[in-house]
Design a binder for this molecule. Structure first.
Ligand code: PLZ
Length: 463
């Protein structure tokens, strides 16, 4: 399967800066972008990518940047991974589309078989395929309502579930996601999240206390018999990489089971080996009734899925689910290539190794920088929360300044969080260890530059 070394794993795995960031070619492309692309679609770092693979992104000016973002947790197998490229090439030469609802094909069925095999629980399962994470989450709501005959959906503070109208209703954060786009769908109930760093009585009591509070709120304000599903990210993504207090997820799952509520996990960001398990629910032994996946499933091609208990999935009438492109054959071929890559390279173990390298470094950084209030995450989904020293007050300005300093130094880090004060790290699981360490060194330098001097100038960017 040797492929021309234009991108993918054959790219030199090195950081190389040959121009300022962004360089002249990227700046010229940015000018074209500004004239042609709607400004509502933001760009965090305007370096235009020409090739990518392993742990690097190479831009139009020839700069090679360390990738700590994976296109928001998508290219866990690395960009242009060999088996993904080979599967896609083979499939596009056979046929590109028939619509599975018109004339089916094997790849769709094979992806659903893999989802049944890999997702938590050994019960009988079925899957349906879609184009994106948001579309998968929308379908979770449809399926749970069809199954239960109930309407209410329970979601959480800091949740992110997508940008379509229904998933915006499920998403917590107002700016930039929801601002000016309402009205939103009714029958959505938002509950407190077990956020250990910000839990009033401390992280140890967070899980059980938050679960008790949520259960009381559902019992008293919604009525469990009205709830179709409870939807939760087992580790919150855009909302700030919040790892729920221990015991929170199992207590909610148990309550759902006892009350006929569908327990649905949004594993769009956490799935497919990212957190050092195939799915993040496994860390607490939770088996969801329905699970939404996307992102890491297909090595960069658009694919989303809902997988769940056969009796729930079978309760939707024939023809009730679908879409023209859902489970497109090229995306399915990519997914089969990505899944094989995760297994062959044991990327679950790789994510754990990344955690073993990152976590001690980030804790050590926290000891030196009082701006770092919290270090958290699992596997290759790690973050630091940045606060005003000596308090827990969020500091989004310093967060942006550190991110920007990292970008200038050639390491692509992302921010997130309800308060915009979380710096997150999502390297491809195939990143070489020396690049991972170099990226961490650069983050360390960025903190020294931005937060190390009292009275520093804080730079605020649009991202
Ligand atoms: N559920 C948990 O993380 C997508 C969004 C980036 P789509 N997260 C990145 C942005 O600003 O739009 C996401 C997620 C979780 C659902 C989604 C939605 O997945 O594939 O972007 O629709």
């Amino acid at each position: 399967m040797s492929l021309e070394p234009t991108g993918g794993p054959a790219l030199a795995q090195e950081r190389r800066l040959v121009t300022e960031i962004p360089g002249p070619r990227s700046r010229a492309l940015l000018a074209r972008r500004e004239a042609a692309v709607a400004p509502g679609v933001a760009t965090m770092l305007p370096v235009f990518v020409a090739r990518a693979g392993g742990g690097v992104l190479v831009d139009a000016d020839g700069n090679s940047l360390i990738d700590f973002g994976s296109g928001i947790a998508v290219v866990s197998v690395g960009n242009a991974a060999d088996r993904v490229v080979a599967g896609v090439r083979d499939q596009v030469g056979q046929f590109t589309h028939t619509c599975f609802m018109i004339t089916p094909y094997e790849g769709y069925v094979a992806v659903c078989e893999e989802l049944a095999r890999l997702t938590p629980g050994d019960h009988e399962k079925r899957s349906a395929l879609f184009n994106s994470g948001a579309e998968a989450v929308e379908n979770i709501v449809k399926i749970a309502r069809a199954r239960t005959g109930r309407q209410a959906v329970v979601v959480f503070d800091h949740a992110y579930h997508g940008r379509t109208n229904l998933t915006l209703a499920l998403t917590a954060k107002y700016m930039p996601y929801k601002h000016s786009f309402g009205p939103f769908a009714p029958e959505i109930y938002r509950m407190p999240m077990a956020y250990p760093y910000r839990w009033p009585t401390g992280p140890d009591r967070c899980g059980p206390e938050a679960a008790a509070e949520v259960i009381t709120l559902i019992d008293k304000q919604v009525g469990p018999e009205n709830v179709a599903c409870l939807l939760i990210e087992p580790i919150q993504g855009e909302g700030g990489f919040v790892v729920p207090g221990e015991g929170f997820l199992p207590a909610l799952a148990e309550y759902c089971g006892a009350n006929g509520i569908v327990f649905a996990a949004d594993e769009v960001q956490t799935g497919f080996a990212r957190t050092g398990a195939w799915f993040a629910c496994e860390h607490e032994g939770v088996v969801p009734d329905l699970i939404a996946t996307a992102k890491g499933i297909a090595g960069g091609l658009p694919l989303g899925a809902v997988t769940g208990r056969a009796e729930i999935m079978d309760s939707v009438h024939v023809g009730g689910l679908g879409g023209t492109y859902g489970g497109n054959p090229v995306a399915c071929a990519a997914a089969l290539g990505a899944i094989r890559t995760i297994e062959e390279l044991d990327l679950v173990a790789a994510a754990r190794r990344i955690e073993a390298v990152m976590l001690p470094r980030l804790h050590e950084l926290k000891r030196r920088h009082p701006a770092i209030g919290d270090v958290r995450g699992r596997g290759a989904m790690m973050a630091v929360e940045i606060v005003e020293p000596g308090s827990t007050a969020p500091d989004p300005a310093t967060t942006q300044a550190v991110a920007r300093t990292c970008h200038q130094a050639g390491v692509v880090v992302l921010t997130c969080g309800t308060f915009g004060n979380v710096l997150r790290f999502l390297p491809p699981l195939v990143i070489p260890e020396d690049l991972l360490t170099e990226g961490l060194d650069l983050i360390d330098d960025a903190f020294a530059q931005v937060a190390g001097r009292p009275g520093h100038d804080r730079v605020v960017t649009a991202s």
